[in-house]
Every structure is written in C-alpha cells, then in structure tokens.
Design a protein around this ligand. Sequence first.
Ligand code: ZN
Length: 579
Amino acid sequence: MDFRDQVKSSVNIVDVIQEHVRLRPSGPNRFMGLCPFHNEKKPSFTVHVVHQFYKCFSCGVAGDVFKFVMETQGISFYEALKLLAERYGIPMPKRSQYADEDARVRDALVQMHDMAQENFRANLAGPQGETARGYLARRGVSRETIEQFGLGYSERTGRALQRLFEQRSFSAAQMEQSGLVGKRQDGTFYDRFRNRLMFPIHNEAGKIIAFGGRALSPEDEPKYLNSPETPIYKKSHVLYNLHRAKEAIRKEDRVILVEGYMDAIGVTAAGLRGVVASCGTALTTQQVQSLKRHSQKITVNFDPDAPGANAAERSINMLLEESMHVRIMELDGGLDPDEYCKERGAAAYQDRLEKAKGYFYWLADRARTKYDVHTSEGVVAVLQFLLPAVQRISDPLERSAIANDVASYIGVDRGMVLDSFRKAVANRQEKALERPKTPMRHDERMLLNALLTDPDIRDEVVQALKHIEAIGRFSSRHIFQAIFALHEAGSRIGFEEIHARIEEADQNLLAEAVLNEDAYASREEVMAAVASIQRSEAEDQRRQIKLRIKDAERSGNWNEALRLTTDLQNFERQGRESK
Ligand SMILES: [Zn+2]
C-alpha cells in the first residue's frame, strides 16, 4: 500500500466533509447535505461511506477525500495529503516523493508567518510594546483576549523580520513572496509592518497566512495595513476569525458578520463566539460559500455609519444569491459592535441580536428614508429599490408573504406590490439542473458494485464479461469498458480511477449505480447474474447462427449451411457441458 492509500484508508471522508458541510444520513451507507460547491436549497450533495467519495447530483462535482480538501481549501494534492496525515497522526514518509515546488514555497511561507507571529507577540509583551498595550487597554481588551487572538506588535526599526528570515536562510524569492517584507530599489529588504498593532489572519484550518496591522500613531498611513495576496493568502477567500468561530456557528446555526478585527474580537469577548469579520473588503461569493458550509443563517452587523449601511446593502444581494437567510442588526447610539459590547454589555448586545430584523424590513426602512411614499413616484422608486432582493426569493409563498408585509409597511395596495414582484421574478430565468435519468438495469448496477467493492470476485467477473457483446448495449457500457481497461493494465480499480476515465454522463451513471442500496448483492447473486448474462449471450449467438443457416439454405449454399449446422451442434454441446 502506498502512502496515499494508507492515508485514505485511515481517514473517513464523512468526518472530513462533516467539518464543512452539515450532513444527514440518507441510507445505510450514505449521507446528504447542501453542496458546498454550488448554490442549492435542496440537498443533492452525497457522501458515500463504502466508496469514500462525494458526488453532487446537481453540479456534478465528485471526488475522494483528497480532492475535497484540495478544492475546499485551495491547496495542492501534496498539501492535502500532509494535512490529513497530520490530522490523523499518520507519520509522513521521510523523503517524500510527493513534495512539489508549489508546496515547498507555501510551506516556507507558513513557517515565515509562524516566525513573524512569535516575534510580534514577544514585542507586544516586551518594553517596546508599551504604546500598543496602552491602546489595547484603552479599548478594554483583556490579557486573555490578547492571548486568545494572538495579538502582537511590529517594531519600529523595520529590520526585525528581514534579519530573522536571513538568519534562517530563506531565499530572497521566498522573502519577497511572503508579503511580510518589501524590496527596495537597491534590492535590500525592509519589514512591511512597522510600529503597528498586529492581528494574525488564519485560514480555516487554523494556520496563520497573513496579518492585518493597525497604525498606532496618527501620522502613519493607512490606518489599517494588510498583507498583500501571496501564494498562501487569497483575500477574497478568507474571513477573519472563521477558524475559531466555525464550531459555534454550527452549534448555534447562525453566523454574525461584522466589519473589523476589533469588532470580531469585542463580540467574541462578550461571549458570542460565532462571529467573523470581512475586514473592509466587499463580501465575495467565496467567502459566503465558506460560511454556508457551517450555517445558512447570517446576521449582518456593520457599523452604524453611512458606509456601513451601504456595505450591508451590497452584501444582502450577495448573500441572497447564495440562499442565505439574512437578518440585519442595528445598534443604537452610533456605536460599532465592539463599542456596544463594552458600553452596554453583552446582554444588551445579545438582545439586539435576537431582535435583528429580516433584511426586507431593513431594506424597506432604508427605502422609506430615501423616497417619499406619499407620492406615486416615491412608491415606484421604493419598489424598484426592493426588486433586486425580491428577484432572489424563489419561493412564491415567501414572496407573497413579503409582498404583504411590504405593502402594509409602506402603505400601498398589496396587489400592486405582488404584481411588480411577480414581473420582476419572471424576468429572472432560473436554470434548474435536472437529475440524471437512470436507464441502467438492476443487474448492471449490481455488477458494477461488485466490480468496485469486491476484489475477490473481480478477476472472475471481468474474465466472464470481457467478451460478452451484450455489454456493448448496456447504458453503462463505458463504465464497464473503463473497468476492463484498468484490469488489463493491472491498475487499481476504484471509484476515483474509473471516474477519471469516463465522461460526465457516465460519471453520473457510475454514481447512480453505487448509490443504489438495492444494488449490493452477495457473491452468489453476482455470479448468478453473470451466468444469466452468459446464457442470454449464448442464446443470442445460437439465434444468429440459426439465422445464417436459414440464409444459406435460402440461397442454395448447402456447404455453408452444413458447416454452420455443425458449428451450432458443437456450440450447443459446449453449452450443455459447461452447465
Ligand atoms: Zn453541487
């Protein structure tokens, strides 16, 4: 067994996927959940326990545990292998043949970030961290919280990390790629973060991949400086604090979205752990998708100022597009989430959270302050304003309920609101993906399952079926052909290997076959099915010989007819003997 197989057999794909997707059992050997790779309301994402693979019947993604980790974390095969091996305590082979150049660079960058983090934390605790500590004390950040969030301080000189990296012999190219140091015209390096309060940014697996730095003196611009994009940091994929918050998000089935680092820290310190921050960038599809794996319910709590409200408004459509259930939380007194928790207390914040409005009421409120609903132009403008959000509600009942509410909320006729909503929705074409049809016969499914799961009878079954012409008429013929080819080549025959060799329509058939619980059969049943296929093949051949004899007789070709008759007799004798 090579290392890949060793890892694969020690890891249960269901456990790994369950960290990202809420799965429910849907049969003895399978689980289903909402697909993390596309937007859906009804689960079509299936995970199979026996075959250790996943498959989405809507968007078609499929693969094994490595592919899942690679795709959800955006890492290479080697990194996925390493991550799973580490997680499950399987020692990596010493001289690993899996290491590729990309993975080595990322490895180096992660190491550099760990070193930077150590340096920043030591600085904050040391004499040079006094100003930063003072700032944190003024913001009411406790020692415990500083520890929990790994806050640090980058020193003034701008040479600390550069020296550290040089001492450890990181190459100039690695230093440049890390985003932690910058390069001057003359080729020398300097630290990117100087005299700043440092917030480490983690990926979902909990590794530090970037930093955010807050200026401590007013003359330093910008106020917040972030790591640039690097091979380990894709801004649009990362949400601050998600690795810490995800468990609470799943447990409470709700995520709180705030804007800044300090908000996420303040709200967490107040005891609400399911909070993440977008950190100044506009929310992206990838970020929403990484949230959706944990919960579909989100409460947006942005700053109470105009930019905050505009950002909330923009993110609503993005969130609705991904079928999230959106609430908007507003804080009184012009306080941001961090200030609110500190000034009014955790209970008050919790209370506002429970009272957060459905996004529609919030939008309607916004519309009412923008337009005069006492004029018909105003009403039209309000409806126009609400339409983008309405278009994203696919459930007619929900739409009708909201139309009702909106009508009474802005004081217009319900029919008029519903009518404008309906038109808007009709304009938006929904492209629903159909589930694949299943034209496979029961014995096809049964044989495929046996070939995939039972190496003991595989040889026998392949030998028996390889020359059967009827296989060429099976709807699953391409899958059988792939299995025969793999068998011929002496390659491993598993779901993944077959999947990689066939086209999409056949991939769907393959998944259908293995997901059908009625297709699991005993060895006897499988061999009986093989025998039955062989019998009908023999029957076919006999019928064909008989037809050719008739043809020969009709055209007076007696020699040929005699020869074929002998063939038929031999064939029938063989058939009797083999029984
Ligand atoms: Zn999907």
